[in-house]
Design a protein. Structure first.
Length: 230
């Protein structure tokens, strides 16, 4: 006689990049076991595991490889809260005396930080604008693992969807053409692209903890899944 099938609860969360409501389920036991193997993995393996879990838990209804970095991060944190628990136990260091303290982080309080100045349409001259896309999760994980100038320029170029003037829109070009184009920017023009990444939406949570050794009030900001990945 076959065992009865268990019903898995479903929940909803708003996808930050689109504002659409997404249905998801918690991790299953077999999936949580896979997640545990990622704790000591490199960025490529973490990317594979996280994206596969998010894809499965959203019922394969999203174009998972096209989602922005912060979409994946927020989805994952919501799934983690419903699957493992809302509290993550962290060890944090005092900013004054380096004392290590235990901290219980409520991951449900993580929010998306938005900057009012942020825009995906960047004016780099009187006649030329850039149309930008948000970096994908795997692109950001690769940057965290291999942070160098070549990777940074590659990411900046890869996030340019199009270049346009008042009369034309250009969206067909090679990576080599983009690199040459960006390398011809002035410092001021390059800073405008950099500002796009610095102000783009991101998963954010603030920790306030008084050190039990020196009484220093620590104010620590967590941003990005690499800080929440516990």
């Amino acid at each position: 006689m076959a065992l009865p099938k268990l019903e898995t609860p479903t929940y909803e969360v708003v996808l930050p990049s689109t504002g659409k409501s997404i249905t998801y389920r918690p991790f299953l036991v077999k999936e949580y076991k896979i997640l545990l193997t990622a704790l000591d993995a490199d960025s490529r393996e973490i990317n594979r595991i996280v994206t596969e879990l998010v894809d499965a838990c959203t019922f394969n209804k999203l174009d998972i490889n096209e989602l922005s970095n912060f979409d994946i991060e927020l989805l994952f944190l919501n799934m983690r809260a419903k699957s493992v628990g809302e509290i993550a136990n962290l060890n944090i260091k005092c900013q004054n005396c380096d004392n290590t303290m235990d901290y219980e982080l409520d991951v449900t309080k993580a929010t998306i930080r938005r900057d009012d100045k942020h825009t995906s349409k960047i004016k780099i001259s009187d006649t030329i604008w850039l149309d930008m896309r948000y970096p994908k999760f795997q692109e950001m994980m690769d940057i965290y693992q291999n942070f160098n100038n070549e990777k940074i320029v590659g990411l900046l170029c890869g996030c340019i969807k199009g270049v346009y003037t008042q009369d034309e829109y250009f969206d067909t070009f090679t990576q080599e053409e983009l690199v040459e184009f960006v390398n011809g920017f002035s410092k001021e023009q390059f800073d405008k692209i950099e500002e796009f990444f610095l102000t783009m939406p991101r998963v954010y949570q603030e920790i306030n903890k008084v050190c039990d050794k020196c009484n220093h009030h620590n104010k620590i900001t967590l941003e990005g899944l690499q800080n929440f990945f516990v």
